[in-house]
Design a protein around this ligand. Structure first.
Ligand code: GDP
Ligand code: MG
Length: 163
């Protein structure tokens, strides 16, 4: 099924000049960029992205640290389209903790932070990217970050082979 998913390049990815290398991976896999913009969000917006669901799953301390982290610089919001894109992009991104994320994934290749280190410092794990975790999340997050006019339907020259 063709799906759309939201990817954020978080402040650490931007400040480490990894935009091109990370985007390249998604393009190489045949995913289509259907929306993209750079935003420096405030805490109010951050709370809409990192909702109470994070508190339920990870605790209040993690949500607080995440909101502090995501506003430290601009982020690049990208809407990607492709076959089962939500699950596929999560696979490319890797598991939450870079220390245990597999080599070949974005989090596994470009950083190495651990839960233990981040928790001790009371910071959110700096893992470069956010990717929607479910169909529901993707729907809500795309609507939060993009207006309808900012999302585009077009054909790529590769479409005969990848979509
Ligand atoms: P994701 O979907 O893999 O990004 O993971 P979650 O949605 O569960 O968590 C959102 C973000 O919170 C993660 O990407 C990390 O930056 C951060 N985070 C999650 N769990 C922990 C934790 O146990 N400790 C710390 N310090 N940060 C965490
Ligand atoms: Mg998540």
């Amino acid at each position: 099924m063709i799906q759309r998913t939201l990817v954020l390049l978080k402040p650490d990815a931007i400040q480490r000049s990894l935009i091109g290398r990370i985007l390249q991976r998604f393009e190489d896999a045949g995913l289509k960029v259907v929306g993209m913009k750079m935003n420096w969000i405030d805490k109010e917006f951050a709370k809409k992205h990192y909702t109470e669901d994070i508190t339920k799953r990870r605790g209040e301390q993690v949500r607080k640290a995440l909101i502090e982290y995501i506003v430290t610089g601009p982020v690049l919001a990208i809407c990607l389209e492709g076959i089962d894109a939500i699950e596929f992009v999560r696979k490319m991104v890797g598991t939450t903790e870079p220390k245990t994320a597999q080599p070949g994934t974005i989090r596994g290749d470009f950083t190495h932070q651990s839960y233990g280190y981040a928790d001790a410092k009371k910071i959110a794990i700096k893992n470069l990217v956010h990717a929607s975790g479910s169909e529901q999340e993707a729907k809500e997050e795309i609507a939060l970050w993009f207006s309808k006019e900012e999302l585009h339907s077009y054909k790529t020259v590769h479409e005969a082979h990848t979509l």
